[in-house]
Design a protein around this ligand. Structure first.
Ligand code: PAF
Length: 284
């Protein structure tokens, strides 16, 4: 596997990989890779001729009081993990290559980016949309792979790609891949490593409390009561606070208070020991 931080080299290497029409699957990441990311790479290899990964800890998607400096950086270890999965090329630009002096453009997606994590983390989805737009233009993949773990992020990226015509000719398809979970149900995340052993054990309450809320809602129970119970389960288990726990239309991400027949999603963000965990599951 080749690793490059130069856009010119990236383009030359991509041209070679494409050869006589071979397809490219892009897996954008911020590194600190875990099994969830590796699942995306394997999926990319299943449906494309070559998998290309990017690692870039994108400063514009972190708020002023967030964990940009502390975010784990382990390029060599990540590169070895990608290589072991048969990834063909790693694009690992530095901040100056991605945002050269004078960079002045911002991609902002209204609607789907505004509630939930968008409300709690102002500017976060502008940073995500801007960097993913650049990655799509830089790599011009046939398909791009994102985890459903960041469900709102996926909705923002799909909307951006549709609105900016990035799905033709650049990215023919954006593929959402189901969340990979630890044995106790906790969604895999690069931020799980921040948890103390005690908080890690308590964090497993999150998917369990979500399953209980889903069972109530699917059984015809009151949505507001199910969400209130979910929140109290988390606080009792040791979570410090719940940023949101909501039922939403799976496409528009508008909050709903009853199942409508359209696909719905339970979305939760909660804090434990200084770490903010998010999760989501299908309902109905
Ligand atoms: O999900 C992530 O790791 C990041 O938000 C992404 C999509 C790579 C953009 O920086």
């Amino acid at each position: 596997m080749q690793t490059t931080s130069s856009l010119a080299t990236l383009r030359q290497s991509l041209a070679k990989l494409r050869g006589e029409g071979a397809t490219i699957g892009l897996v954008p990441t911020m590194g600190a890779l875990h099994e969830g990311h590796l699942t995306l790479v394997r999926r990319a290899r299943e449906v494309c001729d070559h998998a290309v990964a990017s690692i870039f800890v994108n400063p514009t998607q972190f708020g002023p009081n967030e964990d940009l400096d502390a975010y784990p950086r382990q390029l060599e270890q990540d590169a070895a993990m990608l290589e072991a999965q048969g990834c063909a090329l790693l694009w690992a630009p530095d901040v100056a290559a991605m945002y050269p002096n004078g960079f002045a453009t911002n991609v902002s997606v209204k609607g789907v980016s505004e509630g939930f994590c968008g409300a709690d983390r102002p500017g976060h989805f502008d940073g995500v949309a801007t960097v993913v737009c650049k990655l799509f233009n830089q790599v011009q993949p046939d398909r791009a792979f994102f985890g459903e773990k960041d469900f709102q992020q996926l909705a923002v990226i799909r909307t951006m790609a549709r609105d900016l015509d990035l799905t033709h000719p650049h990215v023919h398809e954006i593929i959402g891949v189901p969340t990979v979970r630890e044995a106790d149900g906790l969604a895999m995340s690069s931020r799980n490593r921040y948890l103390s052993p005690e908080d890690r054990a308590a964090a497993a309450t999150l998917p369990k409390a979500m399953d209980a809320a889903i069972a109530t809602i699917e059984g015809g129970g009151n949505v507001g009561a199910a969400l209130a119970r979910l929140q109290s389960d988390l606080l009792e288990a040791g979570f410090a606070s719940v940023d949101y726990a909501a039922l939403a239309d799976a496409t528009s991400l508008a909050a709903i208070d009853a199942l409508t027949g359209a696909s719905a999603r339970l979305l939760v963000a909660a804090r434990i020991g200084g770490t903010r965990l998010i999760d989501n599951k299908a309902v109905g």
